[in-house]
Design a protein. Structure first.
Length: 443
């Protein structure tokens, strides 16, 4: 017998040890799950923000906090710019390429048009954004039948609190936000002091100038919201969001860099300042109670649309008609982050902070049916990067926008698409949608 065999005698005791060791190594190894088949794409719902617009605040208002005058825009306050229009055409072109390749659309615009449903808030920038996206999605077809409410009527799908169909307990909303920040708004300016300092460096020195105030010196407060807001975070946080939004729009509009933040804003600094942009929306729009008051109605109609596709039949509160495969909902940043708040969804894109709400960005729901017959939902945030919005290169499958697959806590599975079984997605929305904030009927 060879010496190495003579030196090793396999007893029953050593065998048990080897078996136990093998089992422990297998238990410690990371679980590897085979990729699920893509399945057949049945329905896509795109909840999009409008494209690049001019700032909502006037230069006179913003001028109180800047050392130099703000740049002039080519359009009136809050309107989509020509650059923003072309941006949305580009996004429509990408959606067309993506969903023709996925088999949802045929690629023949005339045949695909009846399968697409367009819903927009009745503000010029959201309606024009939907029309521009349609031009890229369905090239050469007539302007789409855009479903909106009459001009001047507040739409409860997008602004239910302002419309009066949602009547939240605003004091409860205040408590919900205060409970997230240690009951003291000053905690925010302390925690984000580097970002506030960076913002002031871009704005320039204003101390001592008549009628001007450093942003961080404003008093902070959490108060009952007004109009379409359930809760308000006043003072430095709100103003920093408004100013950062204006700077973001200058950059994405493609203004010369000498005019973007008076030449004191580069892409790295803009990325840093987006923390202040995300902070405001996280507190006032994504806090669960505010999200329920402001998004339960929209989410209920989205859910009914998914249920109609999964189970068949009719649903009065569903978007469009049975058989339509692509639903575009053209709205605002608040609608996206409200809906995300119901899902517990978070995302990042290159050059941004958590949960960016970029012009033209969208929360996308893809409903798929696997060969087993089961339905699954994929949740994505899709947006051009800051530089793609600024320069508007053509988008395609080879050169796509940024796409962030989103993991839904307690629901998503360990698959490449982070898929959520439809039953779990449905149960999640049943838990988070508050029926008192839902308006029945056609959305």
């Amino acid at each position: 017998m060879p010496c190495f065999l003579r030196s090793f005698r396999l007893t029953s005791s050593s065998l048990r040890i080897l078996v136990l060791l093998s089992l422990s190594l297998l238990a410690a190894a990371p679980a590897v799950r085979a990729a699920e088949p893509e399945g057949e794409l049945k329905l896509v719902i795109v909840l999009t923000r409008h494209g690049v617009r001019s700032p909502l605040q006037t230069n006179q208002i913003l001028g109180k906090y800047a050392a130099e005058p703000w740049p002039e825009w080519s359009v009136k306050s809050g309107l989509l710019t020509p650059h923003g229009h072309q941006q949305m055409v580009r996004m429509g072109e990408y959606y067309r390429a993506r969903y023709v390749a996925a088999g949802l659309l045929t690629g023949d615009p005339a045949k695909d048009a009846p399968a697409v449903f367009f819903r927009a808030n009745n503000e010029p920038r959201t309606m024009e954004s939907a029309i521009a996206l349609a031009a890229g999605l369905l090239p050469g077809t007539p302007e789409p039948n855009l479903h909106t409410l009459p001009k001047g009527r507040i739409d409860p799908l997008y602004q239910p609190v302002k419309a009066g169909t949602s009547k939240p307990d605003r004091d409860l909303a205040v408590a919900a936000v205060l409970g997230r920040i240690g009951n003291d708004p000053a905690n925010l300016t302390l925690a984000y002091r580097p970002e506030f300092d960076a913002l002031q460096r871009v704005l320039g020195p204003v101390s001592g100038q008549p009628g001007k105030t450093p942003v961080i010196e404003l008093p902070g407060a959490v108060a009952r919201g007004e109009f379409d807001h359930t809760v308000a975070v006043q003072g430095p946080v709100r103003l920093a969001m408004q100013i950062t939004d204006a700077l973001l729009l200058e950059y994405t509009e493609g203004m010369p860099m000498k005019d973007v933040g008076w030449g004191r804003l580069d892409s790295a600094t803009l990325t840093q300042l987006l923390k202040l942009h995300s902070l405001y929306f996280d507190l006032t729009q994504s806090t669960l109670y505010a999200a329920q008051a402001q998004a339960s109605n929209l989410a209920d109609h989205v859910l009914q649309t998914l249920q109609r596709t999964v189970r068949g039949g009719s649903a009065e509160g569903a978007f469009g008609e049975s058989g339509q495969k692509f639903v575009l909902i053209s709205g605002h940043d608040t609608n996206i982050i409200n809906f995300a708040g119901l899902l517990g969804a978070h995302w990042y894109l290159p050059g941004t902070q958590q949960d960016p709400l970029l012009p033209g960005g969208a929360l996308v729901l893809e409903l798929r049916q696997h060969s087993t017959g089961g339905y699954f939902v994929r949740v994505l945030y899709v947006s051009q990067t800051l530089d793609q919005i600024r320069h508007l290169p053509p988008l395609s499958l080879e050169h796509p926008p940024a796409i962030a697959p989103i993991f839904i806590p307690g629901c998503s599975e360990n698959t490449p698409g982070l898929e959520v079984p439809f039953a779990k997605f449905e149960a999640l929305l049943h838990r988070t949608i508050d029926p008192q904030f839902v308006t029945p009927g056609v959305p």
